[in-house]
Design a protein around this ligand. Structure first.
Ligand SMILES: *Cc1c(COP(=O)(O)O)cnc(C)c1O
Length: 227
């Protein structure tokens, strides 16, 4: 199926899921995750009207953003884990960082451009017991948010991000994300974004209140294999 049709098909499914959840589809941002695909695919997506794209590795993000600097209105989302030493390069190359999960990373992102334009960030929640998955434990979100508010004035906390763990129904996982989102809003009242839902579970994420979906393969087709 050509890219145009996969995109249209996915958007129709997002619309259906939103309506069955009693939500307005226009309140949901569909981000296309283009990692491992060539920059030419992003150019094609842009021509089809896509404005939000995501990458998961800093070097690939930086290279593609440079290559596509001529495309107007593109918003770049960094959805992968960010090494603290890459914070400067990440801040320079993207508009939203989805996986802020520790004070040191927030500090480094702030220090990279303390007086620059505000950087939108999401606090990644770890829904597993495995620290290697990235993310802050649900009970650590409020403290992390307070740190960002107090110490990182060039960052703007917009909400939360999560990946549903394997081995648990996604609806249950996303219900926990919605609870953490509510709790976060006691600290940061306008931090209403919920970045959740991928190709396999976006309908459940929409039902649980997701505002930003990160969709890769359902739109792009299989990713080229990388070592
Ligand atoms: C790759 C990736 C996605 C997209 O996954 P698909 O299953 O291809 O839709 C979403 N979120 C993150 C954090 C990713 O790394």
């Amino acid at each position: 199926m050509p890219l145009r049709e996969r995109l249209a098909d996915l958007d129709a499914r997002i619309g259906d899921a939103a309506r069955s959840a009693g939500r307005d589809p226009s309140q949901i941002t569909r981000i296309v995750v283009t990692k491992f695909h060539p920059a030419a695919m992003i150019r094609e997506l842009h021509a089809l009207g896509v404005r939000d794209v995501a990458e998961s590795r800093q070097q690939e993000l930086t290279a593609k953003r440079e290559e596509l600097a001529d495309l107007p209105g593109l918003r770049w989302h960094m959805v992968g884990q960010v090494q603290t030493k890459k914070a400067r390069a990440v801040r320079a190359a993207c508009d939203v960082v989805h996986a802020v999960d520790r004070e040191r990373l927030a500090d480094a992102l702030h220090a990279a451009d303390p007086h620059g334009p505000l950087l939108d960030v999401l606090l990644q929640i770890n829904l597993t017991d495995d620290p290697a998955r990235g993310g802050v434990r649900p009970d650590g979100v409020a403290a992390l948010a307070e740190h960002v508010l107090a110490a990182c004035p060039s960052l703007r906390v917009r909400g939360v991000m999560a990946v549903a763990p394997l081995g648990e129904p996604p609806a249950a996982a996303f219900a926990r994300v919605a609870e953490v989102s509510q709790a976060l809003r006691r600290t940061v009242p306008d931090a209403a974004w919920i970045s959740a839902g991928m190709s396999g579970d976006f309908a459940e994420a929409i039902a649980a209140g997701a505002t930003h979906l990160r969709i890769g393969t359902a739109i792009t087709g299989p990713r080229p294999v990388r070592d």
